[in-house]
Design a protein around this ligand. Structure first.
Ligand code: ZN
Length: 162
């Protein structure tokens, strides 16, 4: 494993990816003319906008984190993957749900800085490797970008363990 597992993708102004709208709970993508704030598919999730490079594909686990690094939304797939319920973790700290799974000596700061960088203006999506808090031996790649409104960080877990 690399001593610096946090990959940084350099932003390219010529490589703009379009934004897509998706439900923060079930991941459904509303029709273009459907501008409701609450998802019409599950009637539970808020419809969010994010870059297509970050937004979850159907059924991909995702978590939304606000600027205080607390949990604002957990998708159904993330509830299932992590064995948590959204109610249980709302307003809890990100690190109570996901912890960095990185080489020794690289700690929490790298996950926090990936989140902070991802929501900075004109920043490219970030990548990190995480594990469920309190568990060892399970690791997931996560991509991190900005979503909203309101502006927040979107973490999408890759289904495949790394
Ligand atoms: Zn939905």
């Amino acid at each position: 494993m690399s001593a610096r597992p946090l990959l940084r993708v350099l932003p390219s102004p010529h490589d703009r990816v379009p934004d897509v709208r998706f439900c923060g709970y079930c991941g459904a993508r509303p029709e273009a003319d459907d501008d409701r704030r609450v998802c019409g598919s599950c009637d539970m999730g808020m419809v969010l906008t994010a870059s297509a490079a970050v937004a979850p594909q159907s059924g991909q686990p995702s978590i939304v984190i606000d600027d205080r690094l607390t949990v604002c939304a957990v998708s159904r797939a993330a509830e299932e993957l992590l064995g948590i319920s959204e109610d249980e973790v709302l307003n809890r700290r990100l690190v109570d749900v996901l912890a960095p799974a990185q080489a020794e000596g690289v700690g929490l700061d790298s996950l926090v800085s990936a989140v902070v960088t991802a929501v900075s203006p004109d920043s490219a999506p970030q990548r990190a490797v995480v594990r469920p808090a309190g568990e060892w031996g399970i690791r997931y790649a996560v991509r991190i970008g900005v979503c909203g409104p309101p502006r927040a960080a979107l973490l999408v877990l890759d289904d495949d363990q790394v």
